[in-house]
Design a protein around this ligand. Structure first.
Ligand code: GDP
Ligand code: IMO
Ligand code: MG
Length: 425
């Protein structure tokens, strides 16, 4: 029987714990496939007392017998990619035999990174808070039909194509006030492109089609989160790709009828790194306490993450846009010890109440809260306390979707699976 593509994605502003859950469920799949984003992502996996952070490589890489595919929707920086492979080598994992890269995936050039930095500096106070990995300029070149793709490295005239794109970028630099230095990065980048030749490039849409026909199931691993989606996120404070479930169809080349479950990952609270609206953000000791308890510092940039209460209208929006069939609630342990946990159930905008996400999620949006009872220490080997169950039941009622996974610690083992009825898609 033909297999399905399940999609696992972030339902908030990224860093929900996608990497951890992918690693936990990966043994149930034949293939783990990244479908968008690039090294702006940082997916953390912790097991056997060791921590691994993946940026471009899918989070199924630590599981025996699982294929890992970097799909056509991903953008790849060869230097960062190789660094990641080296770190995995050092950890005793040779990814080469089980890692495939789509020929259609676009390349991030050193000039893309320089353009990202120049654009951010030029925006001043309006800056996006980009990870400065060149994501925006690379996707701009993709849609502008200028980009270089992985498959191009197999062409004899790759260097000429590279030079032509760099020449275009040099003309673009002239619109920025500051001198843009990037040449010092060129040699390392070109060497990394050479080294990429030892990896297996595939026409990934064809390869995936074959896997599915032969009954091998696929998990599409999202990067970033729904509220960072280029269309449905808090624009312009978003990333440059479609992070939502529809992005998996585009970023892998699979038809919508082949999608199975859509697993939405969310934290028991909210975080955001970078600029942009965040209605439930806490600028007080409680926000600081969550940041400390949750170790909320960026996996890619090390920046402190902004912290706040769970935003149900935003989560409901994510469920709607993605067609989420089940949820995973992460970092429940971080709220342990709080007497009261607040949940945003709606917003007041100039005195008008609403429980849906408005077009403009700006500073005038006042969250309306319901207070819930907190819980104590959580143990993955014991039933959840009644107050935690009540919190989950409240979320399930508000979203109409079951919470099947509850994560109570960063380690792979600190994961609980709840008995819930999940409707077959
Ligand atoms: P991703 O980008 O969605 O994969 O998430 P990140 O890896 O950027 O950020 C999630 C962080 O939370 C990582 O440091 C994880 O190790 C950690 N984490 C994941 N699940 C839990 C959990 O249930 N409890 C705690 N305390 N930490 C967790
Ligand atoms: P994972 O996959 C959290 C944020 C940046 C910035 C905005 C645009 O680990 O969840 P970009 O570099 O894409 O141009 O930045 O998006 N951002 C993320 N925030 N997690 C991520 O990935 C992110 N990737 C980008 O902070 O606000
Ligand atoms: Mg992350």
């Amino acid at each position: 029987m033909e297999a399905r593509v399940d999609v696992l994605l972030g339902a908030q502003w990224g860093d929900e714990g996608k990497g951890k859950v992918v690693d936990v469920v990966a043994p149930d799949y034949a293939v783990i496939a990244r479908f968008q984003g690039g090294p702006n992502a940082g997916h953390t996996l912790i097991f056997d007392g060791k921590k691994h952070v993946l940026h471009t490589i899918p989070s199924g890489v630590f599981r025996e017998g699982v294929w890992n595919l970097v799909g056509n929707g991903v953008v790849i920086d060869p230097v960062i990619f190789l660094r990641e492979v080296k770190e995995l080598d050092d950890a005793g994992v040779d990814v080469r035999p089980r890692l495939l890269i789509s020929r259609r995936a676009h390349l991030i050039l050193p000039t893309h990174r320089a353009l990202d930095a120049a654009s951010e500096a030029d925006k001043g106070k309006e800056k996006i808070g980009s990870t400065l990995k060149g994501i925006g300029p690379t996707y701009m070149d993709k849609t502008g039909r200028n980009g270089l793709r992985m498959g191009d490295i197999e062409r004899p005239d790759f260097k000429e194509r590279y030079n032509a794109l760099v020449a275009k970028h040099e003309r673009l630099f002239s619109i920025y006030d500051k001198e843009v230095e990037w040449r010092s990065k060129e040699e390392e980048w070109l060497n990394a492109v050479e080294a990429l030749r030892q990896f297996t490039l595939v026409d990934s849409e064809q390869w995936l089609d074959k896997q599915l026909r032969e009954g091998r199931s696929v998990l599409a691993e999202g990067a970033q989160g729904t509220l960072l989606d280029i269309d449905f996120g808090t624009y312009p404070f978003v990333t440059s790709s479609n992070t939502i479930s529809a992005g998996a169809c585009i970023g892998l080349g699979v038809g919508p009828g082949r999608i199975g479950k859509v697993i939405g990952i969310f934290k028991a609270y909210c975080t955001r790194v970078g600029s942009g609206p965040f209605p439930t953000e806490l600028h007080d000791a409680v926000g600081d306490a969550i940041r400390t308890a949750g170790n909320e510092f960026g996996s890619t940039t090390g920046r402190p993450r902004r912290c706040g209460w769970l935003d149900l209208p935003a989560l409901r929006y994510a469920v709607m846009i993605n067609g989420v069939t089940e949820l995973a609630m992460m970092k429940a342990d971080v709220l342990s010890g709080m007497d009261t946990i607040r949940v945003c159930t709606g917003y007041s905008i100039h005195g008008e109440k609403t429980d849906t996400l408005p077009f403009d999620l700006s500073a005038d949006v006042e969250p309306i809260y319901t207070d819930m009872k907190g819980w104590g220490k959580l143990d993955p080997d014991q039933a959840l306390p009644a107050t935690a169950e009540a919190y989950i039941a409240y979320i399930e009622k508000a979203t109409g979707v079951p919470v099947r996974i509850v994560s109570v610690g960063p380690d792979r083992s600190a994961t609980m699976v709840r008995e819930v009825a999940v409707e077959a898609p």
